[in-house]
Design a protein around this ligand. Sequence first.
Ligand code: UD1
Length: 362
Amino acid sequence: MKIVNIVGARPNLMKIAPLIAEMQRFSDIEPVLVHTGQHYDDNMSEVFFKELGIPQPDYNLGVGPGTHTWQTAQVMLALEPLLQELRPDLVLVVGDVNSTLAAALVAAKVCIPLAHVEAGLRSFDRTMPEEINRVITDALADYLFTTERSANENLQQEGIPDHRVFFVGNVMIDTLLHHRQRAEALGMPARYGVSGNGYALLTLHRPSNVDVREVLGGILNALDSLQSRLPVLFPAHPRTMRRLAENGFLERIKTMPNLRLIEPLGYLEFLGLMAQARLMLTDSGGIQEETTALGIPCLTLRENTERPITIEMGTNRLAGNRKESILNAYEDFARNETRNCSIPPKWDGKAADRIVEILKNI
Ligand code: UD1
């Protein structure tokens, strides 16, 4: 069984790692890895291959940055002849990035069965690029693997037949559980002069938060007040770094002594910091799930989430992206600071095993 696995952006890599490792255990499965090149900086891509033991891609489409339409189209143009040449038995995509959508469209057009890992998540916000990617990928997929029960309900409401949908758990949490000890042993907080449980960790990259000057400025206002109470470490995505510079906000950050802007980190370094943080602030989807698995309180700088289980489990709360709403959420957190250690069903490190077992029998 030849399976073409597609990755493109950073959050795909921690999802594909356990799947490839599991596929490699079976002599009758031939995993082929294709990197679209959506993310291309070493610290957004290469470092994750090394740390997570992902084999080097068999093919790199070298697409790079562009508008969403351009990027999606470039992946499609490059992938179509490759899939026609390889004629795999299955194309497997993960997550919700533009590369996921592009590969799903090509697989469907050239009539190759498609599996989508992390299917069914819905923010119900179609201004979010990932939501479009999720809805279309799921409509095209033959095998849909879900991380939480709400995803099964969403798919059912969209008319996807039940027999295509499999509730298997969360492959990203497979990776987290596998690497957690090694990451914590790095002693990351000390490297940044903070103590365990004595800092907040921040990530920010969503266009709706960083591309509009007023919104980004409002978030910085909230951070200004927050950093005077708890040191904040801020590994910044390249898009965010560019927006901070373009808007003259780097000077502003220099006036905040406890907000520490740093380069994007590797997987282990970031996990090491996240696992020992007092609080996470983020607009990422995956980090909402990772903090749930770690029991770390998380304020999500968005109005909605496609991952409601993270709120049900008690670690995550929506803080919006305005100064007042962020500070209110922070006050609320500071008043009722508790650690919550309920782990969602099937987030047990075995999701990749379940997926590959199902794929072997299709
Ligand atoms: C993409 C995903 C998003 C995911 C995020 C994680 C889509 C629609 N979005 O968003 O869901 O949460 O990845 O990071 O697919 N850049 C670099 N070097 C890189 C990668 C990006 O400099 O290695 C810069 C590029 O100039 C690019 C910008 O960052 O224009 C944004 O990259 P892009 O891949 O378009 O989207 P992300 O914001 O990373």
